[in-house]
Unconditional design. Structure first.
Lengths: 254, 109
């Protein structure tokens, strides 16, 4: 009985039988192509890699300008997917080409506001807070409030707290500095275990709250301990190198 | 920059080490750059961005930033590279009784 119902249902499905088959040739059920188990490549990541290679040693602004239409095309084609957001975030980070149309902060804020409307999942929204440096100090608070209003999720609240504290702790105003401190303590207490990029909010908040964090260290000070696993997973303590001269090199390949 | 630093590490392997703290987004990016630049010294992947825990603790806000730390763990020089690194390292070597050898200056490499 069930089989029969299924068969009837299948017969009724559009395109499975009947006149449409004549105008649109039916795809063979058993595809002659081998089935690939590979995950579809992320086109945005691929484009980013091509862009990064092209930008290396060249005029970054010009190269980004050349790539902008391709990222825009991907952003609209893949709208509302994770990949679509990656394309949007690339555009968000590369807004200086629009400078003639307004201040960079305002352009970034407007762009982020549009993305808050379009991208609803908590992980997607949390991404927007990562680029707090783009929005300017004044624009940040209303934007983070909009972000938190869009999702009550922990990931979003943690990202917004982190963004606000990162901005406020650099303030010269001591009241703002103490707000930043409170935010960091809250971040550590409530969301310490949550992942942030390849580390946790707990580790980030602890580092920001440490006494060395406000200004960069200067000559004559004792080097703070660095302890943990290196890139190959080997455990490391800076103090193991006492007795040797150490060049500590903070770098990035960008 | 790195060929010169590598030659210093090779020359003074008993007294001098380099520790890299990388703030790239993505570990694969770091590993690729290390391979390309032939970086063999201890390197940290600092949380995948410029707001990583080590950079935050050290208060680093500009990249690259370098610190030269003496044998007692005190920061003695900041942002030395090329010839100024040679001079600073030479001074610290003399302090521990090591005579700096004649090493090629950055400009000659």
């Amino acid at each position: 009985m069930i089989d029969l119902t299924l068969a009837l249902l299948l017969l009724c499905l559009p395109g499975s039988q009947g006149a449409s088959a004549e105008s649109n040739p039916v795809t063979p059920v058993f595809s002659p192509r081998p089935i690939s188990l590979k995950v579809a490549p992320d086109r945005v990541k691929e484009l980013e890699a091509i862009h990064d290679a092209a930008a290396e040693g060249g005029n970054r602004r010009e190269v980004a300008e050349q790539f902008r239409p391709r990222f825009e095309a991907l952003a609209s084609e893949l709208a509302r997917s994770e990949s679509g957001l990656s394309a949007e975030l690339w555009l968000l980070r590369n807004h200086w080409w629009k400078r003639s149309e307004g201040t960079m902060e305002q352009i970034s804020i407007d762009h982020a506001k549009r993305l808050i409307e379009e991208y609803k999942t908590s992980t997607q929204l949390a991404h927007l807070a990562e680029f707090s440096y783009l929005y300017g100090r004044k624009g940040l608070l209303p934007l983070m409030e909009a972000l938190e209003a869009a999702s009550p999720h922990d990931q979003v609240d943690a990202a917004a707290l982190h963004a606000l504290a990162s901005s406020l702790r650099r303030s010269k105003d001591s009241a703002e500095q103490s707000i930043a401190r409170e935010q960091l303590l809250r971040l550590k207490e409530r969301y310490g275990g949550l992942a942030f990029r390849d580390t946790t909010y707990g580790a980030i908040a602890s580092a920001m709250l440490s006494p060395h964090s406000k200004d960069s260290l200067s000559v004559g000070q004792q080097a703070p301990q660095i302890s943990g696993a290196d890139v190959h997973g080997e455990s490391f303590q800076l103090t193991d190198h006492l007795g040797k001269i150490v060049l500590l090199d903070f770098w990035g390949d960008w | 920059m790195y060929p010169h630093e590598r030659s210093l590490v090779e020359k003074y392997s008993d007294h001098f080490v380099i520790i890299g703290v990388n703030s790239d987004r993505g570990k694969d990016k770091l590993l690729k750059a290390m391979k390309r630049e032939n970086i063999s010294w201890t390197s940290f992947y600092d949380g995948g961005g410029t707001g990583g825990p080590i950079a935050l603790q050290w208060g680093v806000r500009g990249w690259p930033t370098t610190y030269l730390i003496d044998t007692k763990g005190m920061i003695r020089f900041k942002d030395v590279r090329g010839d100024s690194l040679d001079d600073a390292l030479g001074q610290l070597l003399i302090e521990i009784g090591v005579k700096p050898a004649e090493i090629p200056r950055t400009a000659e490499l």
